[in-house]
Design a protein around this ligand. Structure first.
Ligand code: GDP
Ligand code: MG
Length: 440
């Protein structure tokens, strides 16, 4: 197993306090092997290992950090850097075109993306323009039914461009129009010409390249070709539920100067995840704990206190209180008990302070909490960080996506506001007030 081979090389470094060029060479060789086995493009592996080597020798590890952890962090950083954040997908009206080779998972992905947007409260439609593959019409239709979204296709037509044109008109009511296209066994001029024509007609906001995680060294050439023909704005890596490590994605991202939007994790429309670079990199190298290791070094560098992974009630008293905090608080309550007891655990806030909390602040019944969780799943990062942006139209969208009433969403926002107000009061107290409270 690759992970373990890389790990043992790294373990050899564990006891050492200084890192020699030989050490770096050894570990870089192991990393090269891991990356190549994971189907990362050879040239890219060379570039990566050069910068890893250079940084490992030039940069000074922070005190108390073993060379092993130091090199590991550099490897992790370089890979996360290369992959970038997941592709931005604004929740607004848009047309998305799916491109990729035959069997890469385009049609399945069309269903998945449609489902994902519908969960966010938008109304998607799938338009099937594949006239080559027998059964393509029925396959996409079935996926559209599974995702409960609009569908357009024409099983008797043979002009994909025309289907795209008609389909976009027929589904004009939809917010997100997803145009599926045909693939070929390998790239050929016919596919290239066809997708170029469809792209011209459909004029999509986003062209997404769908690649199979098992796609090896040929991912680069494929990505290059699609980038030149239609321009690629994001990559979707399918079948990451299989054994393939998905290294082809690195070349795809590199060649198209884009990022990964989604991962496909199975055959149903629900098997879709937003891409997250840190876990993808851990998986690529076969080291589940890479992220934690990198973070450990990060912490040593910042010389900050070890942050407890668990939610700490005292955090609520510092800084901004977002919906994410509310969610963590709700999760913590599941483990720790009701809010008033949780608050009692905060030094200085026990006893009398609790009387100042409005009674309603405690009224978080299990049913409401479950609804709140579902509602938060249908909200964007922006909305979670800054619930103030949620007005009437966003409330409607979130209600559609979560299947909960608009009243419930307003309740959640109200709950958040109330907690925030209460916490602001506590924040306003100086140390002297706190001390007085504690002496009481
Ligand atoms: P297309 O030719 O690009 O449209 O590919 P399809 O969507 O028809 O997918 C080809 C095959 O791969 C089908 O059997 C799908 O069920 C399967 N497939 C697609 N995505 C995934 C995935 O994320 N995981 C798994 N396990 N299978 C997938
Ligand atoms: Mg297809």
């Amino acid at each position: 197993d690759l992970g373990s081979s890389l790990r043992s090389t790294l373990d050899d470094l564990r006891g050492k306090s200084r890192i020699s060029e030989d050490d770096v060479d050894d570990i870089v060789k192991e990393i090269q092997r891991s990356l190549i086995q994971a189907d990362v493009d050879i040239e890219l592996v060379r570039e990566l290992s050069d910068s890893i080597k250079q940084r490992a020798l030039e940069e000074e590890p922070p005190g108390g950090t073993s060379p092993r952890d130091w090199v590991l962090r550099i490897v992790y950083e370089e890979l996360v850097d290369l992959l970038g954040e997941s592709t931005e997908l604004p929740l607004e009206e848009q047309t998305i075109l799916l491109a990729g080779l035959y069997g890469s998972g385009k049609t399945t992905t069309a269903g998945k993306i449609a489902w994902w947007f519908s969960k966010k409260g938008l109304r998607p439609a799938i338009i099937q323009t594949d006239t080559d593959r027998p059964g393509a019409y029925d396959q996409a239709k079935q996926l559209a039914e599974e995702a409960e979204v609009d569908y357009y296709g024409d099983p008797d037509a043979d002009d994909p461009e025309k289907i795209a044109e008609e389909g976009l008109l027929e589904t004009a009511d939809a917010d997100v129009q997803i145009v599926d296209t045909a693939g070929r066994d390998a790239l050929n001029q016919e596919l290239i010409d066809q997708i170029e024509r469809i792209e011209n007609t459909a004029d999509p906001d986003r062209n997404m390249l769908v690649i199979d995680a098992a796609m090896g060294q040929s991912a680069k050439e494929q990505a290059q070709e699609f980038e030149e023909t239609i321009g690629i704005d994001g990559v979707i890596v399918t079948k990451v539920d299989g054994t393939a490590k998905g290294g082809g994605a690195l070349a795809a991202v590199n060649e198209t100067d884009s990022t990964i939007a989604f991962l496909g994790t199975g055959e149903t429309v629900k098997d879709i995840e937003r891409f997250e670079s840190s876990s993808f990199v851990s998986r690529l190298l076969g080291m589940g704990d890479l992220e934690q290791l990198a973070e450990r070094v990060e912490r040593a560098m910042e010389e900050t206190q070890q942050e407890d992974e668990d939610w700490d009630p005292e955090d609520m008293l510092e800084g901004q209180f977002t919906l994410k905090d509310l969610r963590k608080q709700m999760e913590a309550m599941n483990r720790m008990g009701p809010l008033d007891q949780v608050m009692d655990m905060i030094p200085g806030l026990g006893g009398g302070m609790m009387d100042q909390l409005p009674d309603d602040a405690m009224d978080v019944t299990e049913e409401r909490m479950r609804d709140f969780e579902v509602i938060m799943d249908s909200m964007t990062e922006e909305e979670l960080e800054n619930p103030r942006v949620v007005g009437a139209s966003r409330t409607r969208r979130i209600a559609r996506g979560s299947g909960k009433s608009e009243d419930r969403i307003r309740e959640l926002l109200e709950q958040h506001k109330m907690m925030e107000r209460t916490l602001k009061q506590f924040q306003g107290m100086g140390d002297a007030d706190m001390e007085r409270m504690m002496k009481q």
